[in-house]
Design a protein around this ligand. Structure first.
Ligand SMILES: NC(=O)c1ccc[n+]([C@@H]2O[C@H](COP(=O)([O-])OP(=O)(O)OC[C@H]3O[C@@H](n4cnc5c(N)ncnc54)[C@H](OP(=O)(O)O)[C@@H]3O)[C@@H](O)[C@H]2O)c1
Length: 336
């Protein structure tokens, strides 16, 4: 069995990773860390784990970690992660980092987008970008995997086939996205307090969201030419899920049939991408590692609909998929 440590094991992505590991045939959670006052039986923090997982949450101790785990999922906020990841690597573990700290290749871009100095820039070039459908070869054999953001996963899987074939303009793309509230993590914030969020919906990060440069980087890397997008996220009063409607301008006339053929061909062997001929339902990806995509020709545009569960394909499911690749397990283990 692959032994998995989860760093920051009191949060939402950690909880989802623990749940997937409970049903994983070749990997198990063996070491969970938390800050002082939350240490103790993990079921105290997540009562649904009562009688299912008897591990304690412990303060991070690198000696114990290296004895008890082979792989670590770092589920900390950005900035905190880059102070811990080098220690995990030095302790001999393979690391999948769920934060944004190792996603952007350009340290200056990271520092301007996240408004903090990068304290582990040396490891940026060692980090594989953990979107298996686009970068599988660099993930296999990597010691450090930067797990992608949730919005970028849904947008990139939808857009990459068109950009790789140069079938749409690379600088005339609008990604209009909606996320459930769990995208903001477990730490309470007033705007997400029930009386304020219930029956509510709003746009945020207009022109400034941190996932915009990440989407541009992924799609530029995948297509080999600079890609610019306009990304507009919204929050909706649901627990989980991301639904994106994406508008692109074709570079030449394309029929619905040939669009369908392209996506069928590109994703034929991808176990976690499902294709639809009408807009997919968000409920159908809830608690799954699927990305459901529907490409359509509408008037003079191509419109793409792309849905994921932000906590699974957008975070912990994708982290498990990356661990499976790094550890040479079957890629779908624990996920179907
Ligand atoms: N939520 C999503 O949909 C999603 C999707 C993709 C990626 N991500 C990324 O995944 C990471 C985890 O997200 P999440 O939603 O699980 O967040 P979360 O629910 O807020 O959990 C964060 C974890 O980090 C710990 N933590 C926070 N600040 C810390 C500090 N200064 N020092 C040590 N530990 C600290 C928390 O401990 P306490 O309980 O003690 O506060 C908790 O265990 C983030 O980087 C996030 O951006 C999240």
């Amino acid at each position: 069995m692959i032994r998995v440590a989860i760093i920051g094991a009191t949060g939402y992505t950690a909880y989802e990773a623990i749940q997937i590991l409970l049903r994983h045939p070749y990997a198990e959670a063996t070491y969970l860390t938390a800050r002082g006052d939350k240490c103790g039986p993990v079921a105290n923090i997540f009562p649904s784990l009562t009688d299912r997982l008897s591990l304690d949450l412990e303060p991070l101790d690198l000696g114990r970690l290296s004895e008890r785990a082979d792989v670590a999922f770092c589920c900390l906020p950005h900035k905190e992660s880059m102070s811990v990841v080098p220690q995990l690597l030095d302790a001999g573990l393979k690391v999948v980092d769920l934060s944004a700290d190792y996603r952007l290749h350009d340290v200056k871009l990271y520092e301007s987008v996240y408004d903090v100095p990068h304290t582990d820039a040396g490891n940026l070039s060692n980090a594989a970008f953990g979107l298996p459908e686009l970068f599988r070869d660099q993930i296999k054999g990597a010691s450090l995997v930067a797990n992608p953001g949730c919005y970028p996963t849904a947008a990139s899987l939808a857009l990459a086939p068109l950009l790789k074939e140069k079938l749409i303009s690379s600088n005339d793309i609008v990604v209009n996205a909606v996320s459930g509230v769990s995208g903001a993590g477990r730490k309470p914030k007033q705007v997400f307090h029930f009386p304020e969020m219930n029956q509510n919906y709003f746009a945020y990060g207009v022109g400034t969201h941190r996932h915009q440069p990440e989407i541009e980087q992924i799609l530029s890397d995948a297509s080999g030419e600079p890609v610019e997008i306009l990304f507009q996220p919204h929050v909706l009063n649901i627990d989980r899920g991301i639904s994106e409607s994406i508008y692109a301008k074709p570079t030449r006339e394309i029929s619905q049939a040939s669009l369908n053929d392209l996506y069928q061909e590109v994703y034929a062997d991808e176990p976690f991408v499902r294709l639809f001929t009408s807009p997919p339902l968000l409920k159908d990806v809830a608690c799954t590692n699927f990305c459901d995509i529907c490409p359509m020709v509408v008037k003079d545009k191509i419109v793409l609909f792309s849905n994921i569960d932000n906590l699974i394909k957008g975070a912990s499911g994708q982290a498990i998929q990356n661990m499976n690749l790094v550890c040479e397990l079957s890629e779908t283990s624990g996920l179907l």
